[in-house]
Design a protein around this ligand. Structure first.
Ligand code: NAP
Length: 322
């Protein structure tokens, strides 16, 4: 069967190879950015499947533009950019790439934790600036990480992987969850209420998916309940926090710092946040290692093929569509 598949932007060659071996007719938008919306709709009109990444909005108009579409394969674990209910209604299967990116995201969460705690980026800028006057007992005093309390909101794959790494820093771990999390319990982490995690965490790390329930989970009221010495870390999705409230919290000292990989209106970042030295900002690169992106591309291609071939696929997010 000669399926046609549109890929919205450049992905690892190994993923393309999986599709080529299956004789798929690939229309690859071989750029770092996806094409303009109108061009994308034109290119998907005769496609059986698409591979998309995190930024593309996949909604009713997208589906209407692709009457043959059977599968939307997300080259991501988060699929908040896809109208899954609408896909299900049209019997279009949506898949994602869990697990293969967990370690990369957990590692980078730790880069944010350590970077914010020890003012790594500020130190780098001074070292390069020609303004450094030499060793000083008062230069860039940060805060200790070892022994501090780590709070995890979103105790899933990435949250657990972040908690595992915290054991090496002898940190008491708290987590907030809607359902039992045996993996967290096995690490000796303590399940607490949302109020407790806000009040007791020295580092509060967010790993929930973006849903109607988690949108603006962290706003003014929540930042005000945190310790003034606390650091807020978001490796999940930007709209989980209220960015204007976060900028105010950092400027006015309700909390001490933030490490962010994600923003409310990507790629725009609140200009105030950009000016604040106690915010460490990364450009949504949680899973951006060569190895992980290779695994994501391969898995996205395998998921897509499994659906087109009506084979079992473990990574379907809307089984009701099948
Ligand atoms: P996961 O295994 O599904 O973990 C998410 C956890 O959040 C689940 O344990 C879920 O548990 C919990 N959760 C959901 N809603 C909640 C709520 N309202 N309150 C408390 N807990 C809630 O997903 P993952 O693989 O760890 O990925 C987590 C998220 O990270 C993804 O959805 C994605 O948005 C983000 N991510 C970002 C990057 C990046 O580049 N920055 C890369 C990969 C992933 P229950 O459903 O049992 O409550």
């Amino acid at each position: 069967m000669n399926w046609k598949v549109f890929i919205t932007r450049r992905i690892s060659a190994e993923g393309l190879e999986v599709l080529r071996k299956a004789d798929v007719n690939i229309d690859l938008h071989d750029e770092h950015e996806p094409p303009p919306r109108a061009e994308m709709l034109a290119r998907i009109h005769d496609c059986d499947g698409v591979i998309i990444t995190g930024g593309e909005g996949v909604d009713a108009a997208f589906f209407s533009g692709a009457p043959k579409l059977k599968v939307v394969s997300c080259h991501a674990v988060g699929y908040d950019n896809v109208d899954v209910a609408e896909a299900t209604r049209r019997h279009i299967v949506v898949t994602n790439t869990p697990d293969v990116l967990t370690d990369a995201c957990a590692d980078l969460t730790w880069a944010l934790i350590l970077g914010v705690a020890r003012r790594v980026v500020e130190g780098d800028h001074l070292a390069r600036s020609g303004q450094w006057r030499g060793l000083s007992p008062t230069l860039f005093l940060g805060t200790e990480v070892s022994g501090k309390t780590l709070g995890i909101v979103g105790a899933g794959r990435i949250g657990v992987a972040v908690a595992k790494r915290a054991k090496g820093f002898s940190m008491p771990i708290l987590y907030m969850a809607r359902t039992a999390k045996p993996d967290m319990d096995a690490l000796g982490a303590k399940r607490v209420t949302f109020d407790e995690i806000l009040r007791e965490s020295d580092f509060l790390s967010v790993h929930v998916p973006l849903t109607t329930e988690t949108r603006h989970l962290f706003g003014e009221a929540e930042f005000r309940r945190m310790k003034p010495t606390a650091r807020f870390i978001n490796m999940a999705r930007g709209p989980v926090h209220d960015e204007a409230a976060l900028a105010r919290a950092l400027r006015e000292g309700w909390i001490a710092g933030a490490g962010l990989d994600v923003y409310e209106h990507e790629p725009k970042i609140d200009p105030e946040l950009v000016r604040l030295p106690n915010a460490l900002l990364l450009p949504h690169i949680g899973s951006a290692t060569v190895e992980t992106r290779r695994r994501m591309a391969i898995l996205a291609a395998q998921n897509l093929l499994a659906v087109l071939r009506s084979e079992p696929c473990p990574n379907v997010v809307n089984p009701a569509a099948t």
